[in-house]
Design a protein around this ligand. Structure first.
Ligand code: 9MR
Length: 454
C-alpha cells in the first residue's frame, strides 16, 4: 500500500512537471493557466466520489497514460475484459490487455471496474455460433464467470456482471442468455460472481435508464425483486451515453430511487455527443450537461462512481458509431481539457475558472525525451475564436536546438524560435486545434519555454 502510494505520488509529480510544461501557454484573449487545477480524482475524493474513465490498454503510455493516472481514480477496460477479448478461441485465453490495465491501476492507486461478464455483444464466435443445451449454456456461463472473476479476485472494485438486459419498453432483451436460460440467468450470474470474488461489488448496467422511464422502471423492479430474494446485487450502472442538450430531467430522482432500494449507483459510461463540427456554443452547452450529470451524482450519497467512456475524443466509440456526431468526451483529441472537463470539476467543487472563451492558445509539451534529444509538440486551439494563419514563437532558456520540424515552418536563431503554419494547416476553426511537432537537442536541463501566439 505504502509503495503504491509512493508510486502514485511520483507519477503525480511527473504529471505536475508535465503540467508545468503544458502551462507554458499564452492565451491571446487572456493569460491563464490551469496547470495547478486540482485533478478530478482529488475533487471527487473530497465529495466521496470515485471518478473514472474507460481506457484502451495499449494506449496507457505517454500523455494518455499521464492524464489517465493523474485525473482518474478508477479505470474500466473499454473492451479488454469482454468475453470475445479474453477467450477468442474456446479454452485459449488472452488476458494481456486486461492484465495491463489492472497493473496500471494498481500502480496508480486506482480502482478497476470489471466490464462486463454477461452481454449479448462482443462474445466469441465459438460461443455465439455453437448450439448448446440449456445445461451446457449454463455451465459455459458459470465457468466464464468463475474463471474471469477468479483471476482478478481482490483486484476489481466492482463488476458490471450483467450488461444491457432490457429492451426499451422494459421487457427482457431476447439474447443468447435469456433465450437459453430464461430471466434467471441474471440471478445466477450474480450468485456465481459473488462466489468467485466475495469482495467485489456486483452491478447490473444498462443504457437509456438514466431518467425515469419504462426501461429504468423494469430495471428498478428487477433490482427490488433480486434484493427481496436475497440475490447478491450491490449496484446499478447507468451508462449515460447522452446527446447534447438531452440530460434527462429526472436523472437525480432516478438515482435516488435506486439508492433507496439499498444499492449503490454508478454513472458508468458517460459521454455527451454533438453534431460535428463542434463550436464554442456547443462546447459550452456540453459543459453544462456534464456539470448537470455530475451534480446529480454528487447530490445522492449512494452515487459512488462517475466514469466517462473514454476521456479524450481520440479514444471514443462515438464517431465510429454515429456518423457526423462526436466530440463527446471531456478532452479534445490533443488532450486539452474542454469546457466539459471544467463542468465536471465545478460540480465536484472545483473553483478554477474554465479556459476563457473567445481566444486561441498555444500549449507546448515535451513528448519523449532521451539523453541528448527530445520530441516536442505545440498545439494551437481556439474556442470562441478562429485563426486563418498563425505563428508561434518562443525563446529557449537552456540552449535547446531544434533539428527538424513537421507540420510547421520552424526557424531558430540563437535561442529564438519562430514556427509558422504550413501551407495546409493555417486554419484553426472555432472549437478546433492544430498541432505541430519537432525534434531538438538538449543538455543539462530542458525547461519548457513560454509560447507566444501571433
Ligand atoms: O467502447 C466500446 C467500443 O470500442 C466497442 O466497439 C463497442 C462494441 O459494442 O462497445 C463499446 O462499449 C460499449 C460498452 O461495452 C457497453 N455499453 C455501450 C458501449 C458503447 O457501445
Amino acid at each position: 500500500m505504502r509503495s503504491s502510494r509512493t508510486l502514485r505520488l511520483k507519477t503525480r509529480l511527473t504529471t505536475l512537471v508535465t503540467g508545468v510544461a503544458a502551462a507554458a501557454a499564452l492565451l491571446l484573449a487572456a493569460p491563464a493557466s490551469h496547470a495547478a487545477d486540482t485533478p478530478l480524482r482529488d475533487l471527487g475524493a473530497a465529495k466521496g466520489k470515485i471518478v473514472g474513465t474507460a481506457v484502451t490498454g495499449s494506449k496507457l503510455t505517454g500523455t494518455y497514460g499521464d492524464v489517465a493516472a493523474a485525473q482518474f481514480s478508477s479505470l474500466t477496460p473499454g473492451n479488454a475484459m469482454k468475453w470475445g477479448s479474453v477467450e477468442p478461441a474456446r479454452g485459449a485465453f488472452d488476458w494481456a490487455e486486461a492484465d495491463r490495465i489492472v497493473a496500471f491501476a494498481q500502480a496508480h492507486s486506482q480502482q478497476v471496474r470489471g466490464h462486463t461478464l454477461v452481454w449479448h455483444n462482443q462474445n466469441p464466435n465459438w460461443l455465439t455460433n455453437g448450439s448448446w443445451t440449456p445445461a451446457q449454456l449454463g455451465d459455459l456461463l458459470q465457468n466464464h464467470i468463475a474463471t474471469e472473476v477468479g483471476r482478478y479476485k481482490g483486484r476489481i472494485a466492482a463488476w458490471d456482471v450483467v450488461n444491457e438486459a432490457f429492451n426499451e419498453d422494459g421487457t427482457y432483451r431476447p439474447t443468447l442468455w435469456y433465450n437459453g436460460l430464461g430471466a434467471d440467468y441474471i440471478a445466477n450470474a450474480l450468485t456465481w460472481a459473488r462466489a468467485a470474488d466475495p469482495a467485489a461489488k456486483l452491478y447490473i448496467n444498462d443504457y437509456n435508464v438514466e431518467g425515469v422511464n419504462a426501461k429504468s422502471t423494469a430495471l428498478y423492479n428487477l433490482v427490488r425483486s433480486l434484493k427481496q430474494r436475497g440475490v447478491p446485487i450491490d449496484g446499478v450502472g447507468l451508462q449515460a451515453h447522452l446527446v447534447l442538450g438531452q440530460v434527462p430531467a429526472t436523472l437525480q430522482q432516478n438515482i435516488q430511487r435506486f439508492a433507496d432500494l439499498g444499492v449503490d449507483v454508478a454513472i458508468t459510461e458517460l459521454d455527451i455527443r454533438m453534431t460535428l463540427p463542434s463550436d464554442g456554443a456547443k462546447l459550452d452547452r456540453q459543459k453544462a450537461d456534464y456539470k448537470a450529470v455530475t451534480a446529480a451524482c454528487v447530490a445522492v450519497a449512494r452515487c459512488v462512481n462517475l466514469t466517462v467512456w473514454g476521456f479524450t475524443d481520440s479514444d471514443s466509440w462515438v464517431e465510429g458509431t454515429f456518423p457526423g456526431e462526436g466530440a463527446a468526451t471531456p478532452y479534445d483529441g490533443n488532450y486539452a481539457p474542454k469546457p466539459a472537463y471544467y463542468g465536471i470539476a465545478e460540480a465536484l467543487g472545483g473553483t478554477t475558472a474554465p479556459p476563457p472563451t473567445g481566444g486561441c492558445k498555444a500549449v507546448y509539451s515535451v513528448g519523449s525525451q532521451w539523453n541528448t534529444g527530445f520530441t516536442g509538440n505545440v498545439t494551437i486551439s481556439c474556442s470562441g475564436a478562429s485563426l486563418s494563419s498563425w505563428k508561434a514563437t518562443w525563446t529557449y532558456g537552456a540552449g535547446q536546438q531544434i533539428t527538424q520540424a513537421w507540420s510547421a515552418d520552424c526557424t531558430q536563431s540563437g535561442p529564438a524560435v519562430t514556427c509558422a503554419n504550413a501551407s495546409y494547416n493555417g486554419t484553426v476553426p472555432d472549437g478546433g486545434s492544430v498541432s505541430f511537432g519537432f525534434n531538438a537537442n538538449w543538455s543539462g536541463s530542458n525547461p519548457a519555454p513560454t509560447v507566444t501566439l501571433g
